[in-house]
Design a protein around this ligand. Structure first.
Ligand SMILES: C[S@@+](CC[C@H](N)C(=O)[O-])C[C@H]1O[C@@H](n2cnc3c(N)ncnc32)[C@H](O)[C@@H]1O
Length: 251
């Protein structure tokens, strides 16, 4: 008799949708259970639009003139993961590949820092990697810090839960500081083990522990990036390695 009306503006702190956004922003378990995540800010929402991701829900600050359900500014700020609040946020469905895609893939092992995971997504997009595979102990790529650090690449770079090493696009290259040949030597000069089109999976280890030895031992190659000190930050290493593979390999 009295169908539930949808208010044009959310003004209540008890709104169920807002409390779900707070939970999605705050807890990985909640994101995994619901299969949903939140992106904040007009740039990220524009990146999602450009990549063809339809938002489940979209909320904007009242009076902003942006498209979405209006929410009073303090209420939107209260559920935002950004310290400064946000003018717009939206909820999306997580997407995971069923199997890793090639020819170029980045595998992450034990990367707990969501900023590193997001930065690697951004670099994977920049250098045309077909997917990022997440091994055990990695931060959630759909968490707020990773989504922000990805600068929208979370919407363009396919993600996959890492299967066994032999399911990853070959050849697998364990990046280990100071070990094996220099990465750029792997394809020099004639009988290079890497195809001329950059086809490989780069294995990146954790900030402190690096790659487990048993994993590195299973990889097709072990290689290092030539630098003057011991190691780079994991995201920096992934970026340099992707650059070397895609921009410096002979074509
Ligand atoms: C901060 S490093 C880990 C350092 C760790 N103590 C070790 O010795 O492996 C994080 C990851 O970035 C990659 N990495 C960093 N610097 C590298 C380099 N110079 N050559 C190859 N990989 C590197 C590796 O995959 C490494 O596991």
């Amino acid at each position: 008799l009295f169908p539930e009306s949808i208010p044009m503006t959310i003004t209540s702190t008890h709104n169920a949708k807002l409390s779900q956004i707070r939970k999605l922003n705050g807890r990985r378990r909640e994101r995994e259970r619901a299969g949903l995540f939140v992106a904040e800010g007009e740039d990220l929402l524009a990146a999602a639009d450009a990549a063809g991701w339809a938002a489940r829900e979209r909320y904007v600050v009242t009076g902003s003139g942006l498209e979405g359900t209006e929410v009073d500014a303090p209420l939107l700020a209260a559920v935002s993961a950004l310290g400064s609040g946000t003018r717009a946020l939206a909820v999306y469905e997580e997407r995971w590949l069923a199997a890793p895609a090639g020819p170029l893939c980045v595998y992450l092992h034990g990367l707990q820092d969501p900023g590193n995971v997001g930065t690697i997504l951004r670099s994977a997009e920049a250098f045309g990697a077909a997917c990022v595979a997440l091994g055990p102990g990695c931060a959630d790529p759909f968490g707020p810090k990773a989504v922000r650090a990805s600068m929208g690449a979370v919407f363009t770079v396919p993600l996959v839960h890492a299967p066994a090493l032999d399911a990853l696009p070959a050849p697998t290259i364990a990046l280990v500081p100071g070990e094996g040949p220099a990465l750029h030597e792997l394809w020099q000069p004639s009988d290079d083990p890497i195809a001329r089109e950059p086809a490989a999976t780069l294995l990146i280890g954790a900030e402190r522990e690096g790659l487990p030895e048993e994993l590195a031992a299973q990889a097709d190659h072990r290689a290092h990036i030539v630098i003057d000190n011991h190691s780079l930050n994991a995201a920096m290493a992934a970026t340099v390695a992707l650059y070397e593979l895609t921009r410096m390999a002979p074509r």
